[in-house]
Design a protein around this ligand. Structure first.
Ligand code: PBG
Length: 331
């Protein structure tokens, strides 16, 4: 019997490291990676986060040092989250110039100037005693429009403290518009808005709860998106673009690559994706058991996120990946 030989041989382009490198379509660059960082009020030393091995809650001092190191490693930006000592129903610490997030932003801007892109999480959940992303009405429901007022104040406080970018992450309707208007009214036209456009109600935020000492009981299903919905992300995108978003984001990343791909195809502003705490924890947990190769898993997941359409990626691996890329350059 005569065999038909393959007419096409895709393996040819995989045959040596040099040819694979030549035809590689997507490349990670450390400049595209943003490092999320936690700063906790009252700490003298960094405090480990058990569900995120290698990630810590920083003191004000250790945050400055780690941020400077990350910028030296080439990361494209920093996203800062604050963990206050005291919380209340309105999340007062979020708008107080002396609140931990605002003082940390002030520290970092003084230290780093315009050498990096300083981003601030714009959400009340770290600052409220009930742990929700907004303020509650008399019936205990998250009050969308009352929350918008708080976000407007928070945006201005963060801009005054030195944020280049504010990231409204609470999934309230109309949040981008009120933040944009408040910034403009107060003369902060240059502060950009990174909209958490498609943010899903995800189990993958689990370790983040520990990272910010969250007091939340229940979940965020009345404001974050249902994981089963794909088209809704495009509706959120349309609204955020109309409201003035400078950048849009999909979150989590790896479980939502289809959404990311949709958003990237439809957006005319840069698209970010957030590789969240649970995505990090899964890699760390499996790697610690020797079940997967950590460095390869980090590289592969970040590459996949870029391949799906992300222009930039928020990842706790930003500095790790900088090291891996530097090593690859030397090899
Ligand atoms: C809300 C916020 C959350 C995360 C980022 N911003 C928590 C939530 O929505 O429940 C999660 C990030 C992560 O899991 O790494 N302030």
């Amino acid at each position: 019997m005569s065999r038909t030989l393959p007419q096409e041989r895709p393996r040819r382009l995989r045959s040596t490291p040099a040819i694979r490198r030549l035809v590689r379509q997507h490349r990670l660059s450390v400049a595209d990676l943003v490092l999320p960082m936690f700063v906790r009020e009252g700490l003298r030393e960094p405090h480990p986060i058990s569900a995120m091995p290698g990630v810590v809650q920083h003191s004000r001092d250790s945050l400055r040092v780690a941020a400077t190191e990350a910028v030296a490693a080439g990361v494209g930006g920093l996203m800062v989250f604050g963990v206050p000592e005291h919380r209340d129903a309105l999340g007062s610490g979020a708008t107080d110039a002396d609140g931990i997030l605002n003082v940390a932003l002030t520290d970092l801007r003084a230290e780093l100037g315009d050498d990096t892109v300083l981003m601030a999480d714009l959400c009340l959940d770290e600052f409220t005693d009930h742990g929700h992303c907004g303020v509650l009405d008399a019936a205990g429901r998250v009050d969308n429009d009352a929350t918008l007022e708080r976000y407007a104040q928070m945006a201005v406080a963060q801009a005054v403290a030195g944020a280049h970018v504010v990231g409204p992450s609470g999934m309230m309707d109309g949040q981008v518009k009120v933040v944009r208007e408040a910034l403009d009214e107060q003369g902060h036209q240059d502060v950009a808005v990174l909209a958490y456009t498609a943010k899903y109600a995800s189990a993958h935020y689990g370790p983040f709860r520990e990272a910010v000492g969250s007091t939340l009981r229940g979940d965020r299903s009345t404001y974050q998106q249902d994981p089963a919905n794909r088209t809704e992300a495009l509706r959120e995108l349309r609204l955020d673009l109309a409201e003035g978003a400078d950048l849009v984001m999909v979150k989590p990343a790896l479980p939502y690559l289809d959404v990311l791909s949709d958003v990237a195809a439809a957006s005319d502003v840069p698209v970010a994706a957030y590789q969240v705490s649970g995505e990090y924890a899964q890699i760390e947990a499996a790697a610690a058991r020797g079940w997967i190769d950590r460095d390869r898993a980090v590289t592969e997941t970040l590459t996949s996120i870029k391949r799906a359409g992300a222009d930039l990626v928020l990842t706790y691996y930003a500095v790790t990946m900088a090291g891996l890329l530097a090593k690859a350059d030397r090899s």
